[in-house]
Design a protein around this ligand. Structure first.
Ligand code: FAD
Length: 288
């Protein structure tokens, strides 16, 4: 699968921490904020979960001197949730102890993990304020989950959702997903604690901007979030308009599952990869 790396490179800030931190610094110099993800998902041994935690701890050390806050995006499956809830909780607590003025946020994964991820987030946030969660607008249950995060004041990122889910659990049509995204975004913007609106969908962004203006929502009270390497034009335009823009920056060697999700989101991405494969196979590269 190394053949996909030229495509993956556009979406990840490097395979190693030093390169990623350099790229993150450059984004901060340009005025962006970041949420940083160490790539990797479901682990099956305690040692693998420990290795994931240790990489986050090393990252937190490297960014300790950043004055502006950095959000850390972690997957509970990488920190051992599929081995045991308590192991994962212990690993997360170790991260929180080291987080300083930054924040740990749980990415939301497939629906088999939703209830456990949210339970852990709500439980730990009672005592550790620098903790955030993510909710997915395609899930039907999000309507209730939004109320829980609002009631408890948990900082929440709202995204559409990137996993294949059955109709019983998730809206399938883009119209329904957009409708639910807007409904939940408006609730978070009015009543939530530092929500992040995570989308590149211009229709949603425009309607959210209209809502913010109409409701006089202060720009310091929320973030727009976009993925590293996706729609840099929108990232820059939002920053120029004076919004807080946070970029989701993944790095690490385990880039394949993340890259496949980005690939699946857009047929142009698949065309790009297929074109490059053909070019390479037929020896059509201009650089000989
Ligand atoms: C900051 C951030 C954090 C996220 N965290 C999570 C999470 O924790 N859990 C989860 O399930 N999902 C997460 N996602 C992914 C999200 O759920 C969607 O799968 C993804 O954002 C695409 O949806 P969209 O809202 O951008 O709209 P879309 O309608 O998919 O895209 C809108 C436009 O954005 C551009 N675009 C979108 N995706 C791509 C791409 N891959 N390559 C090139 N252009 C693209 C295109 O111009 C497209 O027309 C996150 C997304 C963001 C932005």
């Amino acid at each position: 699968m190394r053949i996909l790396y030229p495509f993956a490179k556009r979406f990840i800030a490097g395979e190693d921490r030093a390169t990623a931190v350099k790229n993150i610094k450059s984004l901060y110099d340009q005025g962006f904020l970041c949420t940083v993800d160490v790539l990797g998902e479901s682990v099956h041994t305690e040692d693998q979960a420990l290795a994931a935690k240790n990489e986050y701890l090393a990252l937190l050390k490297d960014i300790a001197s950043f004055h502006r806050p950095v959000d850390i995006s972690a997957k509970v499956s990488a920190l051992g949730m599929d081995i045991s809830y308590d192991l994962c909780k212990k690993n997360v607590e170790d991260l929180i102890d080291a987080v300083g003025h930054h924040t740990v946020r749980f990415d939301m994964e497939g629906s088999d993990l939703t209830a456990r991820t949210l339970k852990l987030g709500l439980e730990l946030q009672k005592t550790h304020k620098n903790l955030g969660v993510v909710l997915q607008a395609y899930l039907r249950r999000t309507d209730q989950d939004i109320q829980s995060v609002i009631d408890q004041g948990v900082s929440t990122r709202l995204c559409k959702g990137a996993y294949k889910e059955p109709e019983t659990l998730a809206y399938q049509s883009m119209n329904e997903i957009r409708k639910n995204f807007l409904k939940q975004a408006f609730r978070l913007l009015k009543e939530g604690n530092l929500p992040a609106i995570a989308t590149h969908d211009e229709i949603l962004i425009e309607q959210i901007r209209d809502f913010i203006e109409k409701e006089n929502i202060p720009r310091e009270s929320f973030y727009f979030e976009l993925l590293y390497g996706v729609r840099r034009d929108i990232q820059q335009a939002l920053l120029n308009k004076g919004y807080q823009v946070r970029i989701y920056v993944p790095y690490g060697k385990a880039w394949l599952p993340y890259t496949l999700r980005r690939l699946a989101e857009r047929k142009e991405n698949i065309i790009f990869v297929v074109k490059n494969l053909i070019r390479e196979t037929l020896g059509l590269s201009k650089v000989k």
